[in-house]
Design a protein around this ligand. Structure first.
Ligand code: HEM
Length: 334
């Protein structure tokens, strides 16, 4: 879902259309890059080994990046040719149009973006936006199925605001505070990038009493920050209600106790997009379907262990069965 959504935003293409071979190939290579990025690399701990690349992580990553670039490069070339001919069918602008039409002053910004730069930006959007969105939705569904009281509450809110048979829309969000709170609580307990992305100290500095030498790689443990008992009451309990309290913290980067999107100049540029897509996707799943665990599994027996990589995924992927909702609210009791 997330990959296809970004494909539409970037290229106006359904990349996961079964007929799109290039889309499937791009998906495969982008996925491999994410997987390799999350693999522990001894060269990060012993920089002297960087040149030897003992696990072959750099070599394999370069291979998959180049393949993905070749495919995206093809999309970019096709679009440039269509623009040059002026023969494009009338459609609303996508992100690729914006990048190709960009004209800077040539001094503080480039006069235009090269194909390589566009390729890097596009690829980064896919790698940064796919697993993060998927992980959040999977954890939200898992936590809800694990805590049927909360699942019932969020479905009751949704179904009182959006009538059966109607589709959930962006405009409904202002009337769905509990759904938004479920997303926030999921991001607190299961931030998809548990250490943000690695940052590097540009200069030696002193911070919080520590000396940080120039070029040190800095990881921020937002996973631990979100579970700190000094900040959060019952930190390990999934309790969306905490985000309904007045003056509660938000994830816009100003409250350091809750920074799943990072903070400062390099924080996630897609916060506005994610804030719309996450509740819309989760809300649609919960509004249109009731959900049942397979093989009569008791919610309390669900495996909720985490697997740490560059993104935080469930160790055992969630399995749940959708039952179309036709207007009768079923109560699920723990
Ligand atoms: C649940 C959803 C998401 C979460 C929690 C999330 C979180 C993050 C975090 C923590 C960072 C690094 C910030 C830092 O280190 O300070 C980041 C960077 C980034 N994110 Fe997101 N993200 C999400 C969705 C998306 C989506 C949907 C896209 C694109 C369509 C996206 C595009 C990016 C890009 C391009 C960067 C790199 C920015 C840079 O290099 O300066 N993210 N994101």
């Amino acid at each position: 879902m997330a990959f296809n959504l970004i494909g539409n935003l970037m290229f106006s293409k359904d990349l996961l259309d079964p007929k799109s071979e290039r889309g499937a190939e791009f998906f495969y290579h982008a996925g491999k890059v994410m997987e390799l990025a999350g693999r522990p690399n001894v060269a990060d701990f012993l920089p002297i080994l960087r040149w030897f690349d003992p696990q072959g992580i750099r070599r394999k990553t370069q291979f998959h990046v180049e393949r993905a670039f070749a495919i995206a490069g093809g999309f970019i070339k096709e679009r440039m040719e269509t623009m040059a001919k002026g023969s494009g069918e009338a459609k609303s602008k996508d992100f690729l149009d914006v990048l190709l039409e960009f004209r800077g002053d040539g001094v503080e910004e480039p006069s235009r973006f090269s194909s390589r730069t566009i390729n890097v930006i596009v690829f980064e959007m896919f790698t940064a936006g796919t697993d993060t969105t998927t992980s959040t939705l999977e954890w939200a569904m898992a936590e809800l199925l694990h805590t049927p009281r909360i699942l019932n509450k969020v479905q009751a809110e949704l179904r009182s605001v959006v009538k059966p048979g109607s589709k959930l829309e962006e405009k409904d969000m202002e009337n769905l505070p509990y759904l938004i709170a479920v997303i926030k609580e999921t991001l607190r307990l299961h931030p998809p990038l548990p250490f943000l992305v690695p940052h590097m100290a540009m200069n030696s500095c002193k911070m919080l009493g520590y000396c940080i030498p120039k070029e040190t790689q800095v990881l921020v443990n937002v996973w631990a920050i979100g579970r700190d008992p000094k900040t959060w009451k019952d930190p390990l309990v999934f309790m969306p209600e905490r985000f309904l309290e007045p003056n509660m913290v938000d994830y816009k980067g100003h409250h350091f106790e809750f920074i799943p999107f990072g903070s400062g100049r390099r924080m996630c540029p897609a916060v506005p997009l994610a804030s719309r897509v996450l509740p819309l996707a989760l809300g649609s799943l919960l509004h249109s379907f009731n959900w049942v665990l397979p093989d009569g599994l008791n919610p309390k027996e669900m495996d909720m262990t985490e697997r740490m990589g560059i993104t935080l995924r469930k160790s055992v992927p969630l399995r749940a069965m959708p039952v179309p909702y036709k207007g009768i609210q079923t109560q699920v009791f723990a």
